[in-house]
Design a protein around this ligand. Sequence first.
Ligand code: HSE
Length: 403
Amino acid sequence: MVKIAVLGYGTVGSGVVEVLTTNRESIARKAGEEIDIKYVLDLRDFPGDPIQEKIVHDYQVILDDEEVRVVVEVMGGIEPAFTFVKQALMAGKNVATSNKELVARHGAELIAIARENSVNFMFEASVGGGIPIIRPLLQSLTADEIVEISGILNGTTNYMLTKMSEQGLAYDIVLKNAQDKGYAERNPAADVEGYDACRKIAILASLAYAHQVDFEDIYTEGISKITDTDFVYAKKLGLSIKLLAVCKRQEDKVLAMVSPMMIGPEHPLFNVNNVFNAIFVKGNMLGDAMFYGRGAGKLPTASAVVADVVEEIKHIHTNIRINWSREKLELADMKAAAHRFFVRISGMPEEKGAQVKALFGDVDMIQVKDGEFGIVTPQMKEKDFDEKAAALDGMITRIRGEF
Ligand code: HSE
């Protein structure tokens, strides 16, 4: 029997307990041993809940117990998670985590510490919740060079954009709706400003290119400026608006960004709706692959965490190599990236048309309401678009496009 400890009895922590309880026998068969949760670390007590007999408040109890071979960190945030994980690895314990902030910031360092101590640091649940993507990237796709990863990596914003698209609702209404359903945080900035998706694509890019991709270096734009009127234009154009997290090879560098994008029906992520996540991967040998499923939630996330625990038990004395160097990857300049741009302009085509055509060529003028019109530019570099947009009189908004 292998003893494990769970740090944090919140949504994911209680999900880990539920997965291990519900699938106890089949998990034991697959791991080759029974798994027993010896401790659950939490600041709170849970009187009347059977978990109470495992609750400890002092992490030292877990660290000092040599019987504990795997520590599951599902507290979230950087501290004390970082200190606890580091101490566990240095004490020769394996760690499985769902903590994307921790992995994005300290992944390379924790992987190195795990290797030095012949244990494993695994983090399948940190990106895409229950969707297998980390292990496929590290194992199944190792023969390929990764050309591109494009993902819908945040369920909350995908739910919001889906509701705006399908029901024509305003941003504030869908945000409140997402908060009422418990998807969006009370302070929703991590979701709606793209910070959550940014950390997740930083992790995937670091693994795909085996170097540190700092999330601070990734161009990040959220959905908080997207309006219901933008969707009216998108519908007229036969397009959808999705928050995409992208990393792709661009000449000898890698472009990484998080941005709302207008995409068409031929795009692999066009039909990914509601809270679902999906990750499109292009390999230079494999071609295209798609990973789709629930990117958040108690049981999907816990399922991925427990899969890591089983993998660690199967390799209890062996470090499985993960190539993620602490050396930084220099990213491509966002200004040199090329996109099409959907642009809304105040005024009427008759008065502004000549200026628009002088700047962007012979584009169509689309009208869905009085007092403004929209255009779609040809593909152009960000830098060139910014120059033209500065010269454009009355730009209301612009959304990048890939169609
Ligand atoms: N807030 C995240 C989301 C949770 O909406 O996808 C999972 O990381």
